[in-house]
Design a protein around this ligand. Structure first.
Ligand SMILES: C[S@@+](CC[C@H](N)C(=O)[O-])C[C@H]1O[C@@H](n2cnc3c(N)ncnc32)[C@H](O)[C@@H]1O
Length: 305
């Protein structure tokens, strides 16, 4: 009995001290995070301006530097990994009333008013076909229809449309031409998943959140996973961007930066690296910009060289 008591006292003290240490660590890191959010001028300003996240300022600063967007020039913009939609808001505002903005994200998200969206994985080939169809035919997407609720966008028509494309040699039933490269600007901020808030019922994507790349804090891992997403965005640019078109993608920097830059140089006349001041100093994120897409780019040459 005595020995048990003797044992239990130091043990309970030990666990108490551990849990206190744990609680303290937890609360201080939370306090640090909250403090950073509160004192971050970009976060506060985004809230005041009704922007969906502080990421908006990064795209604004990129656009101020290289003029991706042109007002009322009927630009078509593809926003890869658009959720929650701050970049799409900037693209919409800067392209004016004639701009057409399509956001693609693997997670379900309601796009900002005036922006269209599809929920799809950018790594899938079918997603490219959907994007091409959207810009060529100006599909009207409705958030609230039953079909979308039950199956997600386009699921009912995808196979038929793809077959049709092949059979009809890229002519729509209304006579309009399905353009191979219909897009003026592709922007990609793909990486950390936006917290999923809806759409858990959707059989196609209900485990999407688990499959997402999230920042790990391990630089090499973040770098290699973001390289894969940049490659996917670049493939989309080769397949879908008009000659002369512009491109932006986010990379977590690391040893393969140069490889990505070399690939971009094969696709674009002008390639630049840029870290906007709205990107936190401690973050390893960096933006690559490609301007003036070259004609007749061969995908294999880009990735095999
Ligand atoms: C940092 S958030 C984008 C923030 C957005 N630019 C904004 O301004 O609101 C990155 C997004 O990329 C998306 N994403 C990551 N991998 C993807 C993939 N393979 N296909 C589609 N979206 C992807 C995530 O779901 C997440 O919502």
């Amino acid at each position: 009995m005595n020995s048990l008591l003797l044992l239990s006292q130091p043990l309970s003290k030990f666990w108490r001290s551990q849990s206190i240490r744990y609680v303290r660590w937890n609360s201080s890191s939370k306090a640090r995070w909250l403090g950073r959010q509160r004192s971050d001028s970009f976060t506060r300003e985004a809230k005041v301006l009704g922007l969906r996240s502080r990421a908006a300022f990064k795209l604004q600063q990129i656009d101020d530097k290289v003029q991706l967007f042109k007002k009322n020039a009927s630009q078509r913009v593809l926003d890869l990994g658009y959720a929650p939609g701050a970049w799409s808001q900037v693209a919409l505002e800067r392209t004016g009333s004639t701009g057409v903005i399509l956001g693609v994200d693997i997670l379900p998200c309601s796009p900002p008013r005036g922006v269209s969206s599809i929920q799809a994985n950018v790594l899938a080939r079918k997603t490219h076909e959907l994007i091409r169809l959207f810009f060529s035919k100006h599909f009207q997407l409705y958030q609230e229809d039953q079909l979308h609720k039950d199956h997600g966008y386009f699921q009912h028509m995808l196979e038929e449309e793809l077959m049709f494309l092949k059979q009809q040699n890229a002519i729509n039933s209304d006579g309009s031409v399905i353009e191979d490269t219909p897009i003026d600007v592709i922007i990609s901020d793909m990486y950390e998943p936006w917290p999923q808030t809806e759409g858990f019922w959707n059989n196609f994507t209900n485990s999407a959140y688990d499959r997402m790349a999230n920042t790990t804090g391990i630089a090499i891992k973040d770098h290699s996973m973001s390289m894969d997403l940049c490659d996917a965005a670049l493939v989309a640019a080769i397949d879908l961007l008009k000659p002369g078109g512009s491109f932006v993608c986010k990379l977590y920097t690391g040893k393969e930066d140069q490889l990505l830059e070399n690939r971009l140089k094969q696709v674009f006349r002008d390639v630049q690296r840029f870290k906007p001041s709205a990107s936190r100093n401690e973050s390893k994120e960096l933006y690559f910009i490609g301007l003036g897409k070259k004609k007749n780019v061969n995908k294999l040459d880009v990735f095999l060289n």
